[in-house]
Write a new protein. Structure first.
Length: 134
């Protein structure tokens, strides 16, 4: 498992989180996925206040699967359907692109690190077939 565009894990707001760094981040996950199956991704995150309103584009294996709008800086769990054919068995790249970044505290960062989001959790599970619409 590899990742880029994320800071190191740290304790903040009572949870272990990672900051996004820059305009995009990525995470490689090794999964035993069946490409014929739909999956569900759950993401717990919040935007940095000074980047509002924030939009996050999520791409998996170079396929856009979601565009999430964050109008407020609160922690929010999002659930995204990953259609059949997107995930594969083995390494899968999850990419996140941010509409806005800011330095820590809203000012330009002296180290060049622009931040957009705080991430707490990302989970991928097989989609419950009963929740799919015909």
């Amino acid at each position: 498992t590899g990742r880029g565009g994320f800071g190191r894990d740290e304790r903040r707001e009572g949870r272990t989180v990672s900051w996004s760094e820059g305009a995009a981040s990525w995470l490689d996950l090794d999964l035993a996925a069946d490409p014929r199956t739909a999956y569900r991704m759950r993401l717990l995150a919040r935007p940095v206040e000074t980047t509002l309103p924030q939009t996050v584009e999520i791409r998996i294996n170079d396929v856009e699967v979601a565009l999430i709008e964050y109008p407020t800086p609160i922690w929010r769990e999002e659930s995204v359907t990953i259609p059949p054919g997107v995930l594969r068995s083995g390494r899968n790249r999850f990419g996140f692109a941010y509409a806005r970044t800011a330095g820590a505290g809203g000012s330009p960062a002296s180290d060049g690190r622009g931040v957009a989001m705080l991430f707490d959790r990302l989970e991928v599970a097989e989609q419950d077939p009963r929740s799919l619409t015909p």
